[in-house]
Design a protein around this ligand. Sequence first.
Ligand SMILES: NC(=O)c1ccc[n+]([C@@H]2O[C@H](COP(=O)([O-])OP(=O)(O)OC[C@H]3O[C@@H](n4cnc5c(N)ncnc54)[C@H](OP(=O)(O)O)[C@@H]3O)[C@@H](O)[C@H]2O)c1
Length: 333
Amino acid sequence: MTKVRWGLLSTANINKRLIPAIRASERGELVAVASRRQAAADTYAAEWGIPQAFGSYGAMLASGEVDVVYIGLPNHLHADWTVRALEHGLHVLCEKPFALTLADVDRMADAARDNGRVLAEAFMYRHHPQTKAVGEWLRAGRLGAISLFRGTFSFTLTDHRNVRLIPEWGGGSLWDIGVYPISFAQYVMGGPPEWVFGDQRRGGAGVDVAFSGTLHYADGAMAQISSAFDVPWYTHVDVLGERGRLVLNRPFTGLVGGQRRLTFIDAQDNAEEVPVEEQELYSGEVEDMHDAVLDGRPPYLGLDETRNHVRTVLALYESARRGERVFVEEISD
Ligand SMILES: NC(=O)c1ccc[n+]([C@@H]2O[C@H](COP(=O)([O-])OP(=O)(O)OC[C@H]3O[C@@H](n4cnc5c(N)ncnc54)[C@H](OP(=O)(O)O)[C@@H]3O)[C@@H](O)[C@H]2O)c1
């Protein structure tokens, strides 16, 4: 195999981001889309110039025409369709949040291992050179000991029928966008927190329209994360160490409406722009999948990391429910 054949499992909105990234690569090609209705698949395939259209997800999995499936389904469907694709011998790139329980994360990981296939979570920002530059600064010790991480992601959700507002489908701002600062905090701190404290504001639909969490690490470092559906678009990250801080003005999104900047501010408040190579936001996760499938390299974002941030989300929701801190180790399924 010299090129990976991609199939889109659903006509999800998010496909629009992945399609150009696949098409820009020399190691992949987009060959198929599946939808729950044949007419929808046909219309979508015609609109996007995709060669094959399947009228059910199962038909695409059984077709023998695709190597990698991209799962952009509503959150509660990620686990079942990932496992089904793996059992058909296909590799899977599954959207965030990967799964809504630890039992599902484990079921998905087991299916990947048992079928000898690649499985990765689609956290596109983790592959971007700007995120990797933060890791290089930390490894080089340029910030000194890390004391505090602050990360936030919000946007205004106006569509009252959006799947992000359905509680039993994994709705809520924390599952949808709070997972980004949680995952970034884990990347910076090198692992999950020891305990968390969560607070949420619920909307009429019953899901958190705003969430705020404190994450406490074994060495005393702390992270503050927040997410919201009821304020205008905003993303931001600060990594604070004893020698200064790194500031990311748009850590989780593309360049629409502004320039991505990574700034170092030292102890004397001098600011230095850190040059970062620009890269299309979704191409890193696509190329990583190509490397894993074609060259046998482990995915850059391992399933242990995925399991740990899902566990942290579950601990935060549990804490918000109980109104007290929750040790992440308490969360077992
Ligand atoms: N990484 C990122 O930047 C990013 C950005 C946005 C979203 N996401 C993630 O991507 C996933 C999809 O989000 P989205 O906004 O693209 O979703 P969306 O546009 O609502 O699409 C979801 C698709 O799932 C299929 N589906 C199957 N059963 C369904 C059901 N019962 N109700 C509704 N749709 C159903 C539909 O496709 P068919 O009708 O063709 O079957 C639908 O088009 C989510 O997990 C989200 O967290 C990631």
